[in-house]
Design a protein around this ligand. Sequence first.
Ligand SMILES: *[C@@H]1O[C@H](CO)[C@@H](O)[C@H](O)[C@H]1NC(C)=O
Ligand SMILES: *[C@@H]1O[C@H](CO)[C@@H](O)[C@H](O)[C@H]1NC(C)=O
Length: 360
Amino acid sequence: MDSLIKLFVCFYVFLFTSLLFAEINGVEGSDKNHRLYGFRPTKLFVFGDSYADTGNIKKSLSSSWKFPYGITFPGKPAGRFSDGRVATDFLAKFVGIKSPIPYFWKNYAGKKRLQHGMNFAYGGTGVFNTQAPLPNMTTQIDFFQNILTAGDIYNIPSNLISSVALVSVAGNDYSTFISQNRPASDFPAFIKQVVDQTEVNLRRLHALGVEKVAVPLLQPLGCLPGITFASSFQRCNETQNALVRLHNSLLQQAVIKLNNEIKKSTFIILDLYNAFLTVFNNKGANPGSTTFQSPLKPCCVGVSSEYNCGSVDEKGVKKYMICDDPKSAFFWDGSHPTEEGWRSVYSVLHQSLTASFMKA
Ligand SMILES: *[C@@H]1O[C@H](CO)[C@@H](O)[C@H](O)[C@H]1NC(C)=O
Ligand SMILES: *[C@@H]1O[C@H](CO)[C@@H](O)[C@H](O)[C@H]1NC(C)=O
C-alpha cells in the first residue's frame, strides 16, 4: 500500500500545482432551452472542484490562470483547468442553457445572466477541507443557501423547480488523505466517509428545492497522466482503479437509496468511470467520440517530474512542453481532460443522460 500512497501523493501534486481564474466573458452555450422531459431546465448550479470550476479559484492560487490554460477557449487563461471548456460547460450545453457565471464574478454579471444559475465549484476542493482557504462543498452550498435566503437574485421556490445541479467530487479528498500520511489501512473507511458526506450534501441540495442533481462517479484515477507517467502513459494502475470502484459502488448505492426515499428520480448518476474508459478504448465504434491515438498521454506536460503544465523558471523560461494540437489529446495536464476529451466524454454520456432526465 506504500507505493499506492506515493502514487497518490504524485496525483496530489498534479491536482494542486495546477490550481488558478477568468473573465466573465465567453462562456457560451445555446440559449434555447430544449425540453428534456416534463420540465424545461433554466438554471444550473454547480458545486465541486477543478473538473467543474469555470473561474472561481484565485489567480494567485492556481496555474489555471496561466498560459497555456484556456488557449482553445476562451483563447487565454481564464481559470478553467483545461485548454478550453470543462464538464460544467458541456452539461450546460446538454440541458440547453448558458454556462453559469462563477460565484466569484457574480457582482460583475448582469441580472439576466445570473438567471442561468451559478457555479460555486473551486479547483482543488473536496467534500472535506483540502487546502486552506479553499471552500469545501459544505461551504459552497452555504454560499448558495445565503444567496437564496437573500432573495435578491432568485425567487424561491419557484425558480428552483426548473433547476439542475452538478456535484463534482473528482478525488481531492483522497489526495489530501494521502498527503496527511494517514495509514493506508484506513483507506476503505475514509472512502465510506467521503461518500457519506457527499450524501449529506446531496440531501441538502434536494431540501433546498433543486429539481435534478447530476452526480458524477469518480473517473479512473489510476489512468490519470500523473499516475501513468510511470509506464510512459501506457497502462492504468489497476490497484488504484479498484479503490475508485469501491467509492463508485458506495456512491451508486447512496443515490439509489435517496431516489427510493423521495420516490422520485431526482439524483442522476453520470458514469465518468466507464465513459473515460469507453473513450480511451474507442476505435471508431462511438462516432461522437474522437479516437485518441495515445489516450493516456497529456498534451501539456512538465519537462521533468518537478514541473507541471504552465510552470516557468525564475527567468520565465517555460518548463513544460505542449502538443501541436490539443484536439488530438484526451488529457490536457496531469489530471484534467482537454476540451476535446470532455466533449467525447459527454458524447458517450449523452444517451444515458437523456434517459435519466426523462424519468420523473
Ligand atoms: C499501481 O499501484 C500499486 C499500488 O499503489 C503499486 O504497488 C504498483 O506498483 C502500481 N503499478 C504500476 C504499474 O505502477
Ligand atoms: C467545511 O469547512 C468549514 C470551514 O472550514 C468547516 O467548519 C467544516 O467543518 C467543513 N465541513 C466538512 C464537512 O468538512
